[in-house]
Design a protein. Sequence first.
Length: 277
Amino acid sequence: MDWKSYCLTFVDKLERQYLAKTGRHLDIRHPQTFTETIQWMKIYDSSFLKAYCADKITLHDYSIKKLGYDLCIPLLATYENPADINWDNLPNQFVIKCNHGSGYNIIVTDKNKIDKIKVIEQLNSWLKTDYGTIGYELHYNLIHKKVLIEEYKANDGQPDLIDYKLFCFNGVPKFWQVITDRSHNEHISHYDMNWQYSPVYDWKKYDSINNIPKPSHYDMMVDVANILNKDFNFVRVDFYIINDTVFLGELTFTPADGYQTFKFNNADLLIGNFLSL
């Protein structure tokens, strides 16, 4: 079975999952809203290029190819087998991830206090998971699964990093999503390209903040996103600013699996109108 035929086998399951998650029936063949269009792209546009960019390891290469330099948080090591991790060669603080999905992260702030056996067990469990089949984000299933270890990064005196996520449609950045206070009271807020608070894009279940300062390096992040988004109908380009240095977090093609619900009824269609397939 070729890749296109493989993706088509998931249409019925995807339609049922969309109904269960959103309470709405999915018209995948004639998508109008943003969330419908994300479902269409899961089936009909889960490309090898998306897999290459969603892979947390090969994204470094894509950054170098497109920007001329690596904007990602530096890698310390990569492994096929978690049992091969050379703990002695690692600094005291680092972050362990799997490269083929979301949420596969272990933040280590003191390596002498971690249970290495449990960490290896957790990594092996993640590596056995076909992440792309959970929410039918099928491009993830094209990624060769590995473990990566990154440098630990934190802003001086701040417990959480702020996520700056720029939503880009057909080569044009349209709005920002800003995630703050992840560790204790997560807020998800939205701002337009003039950095005006834009609650029309806000998600249900999350409070938002209407006075987040415009980030330093704003123009640089927009310039980078304008370069990285050109190969895609839609991509979310994620950034961190850590001690006044910009880092590329990831490129995301199916945010929230395309199952997010909005506070305003017209938001899904409004955002969908930004995108032409």
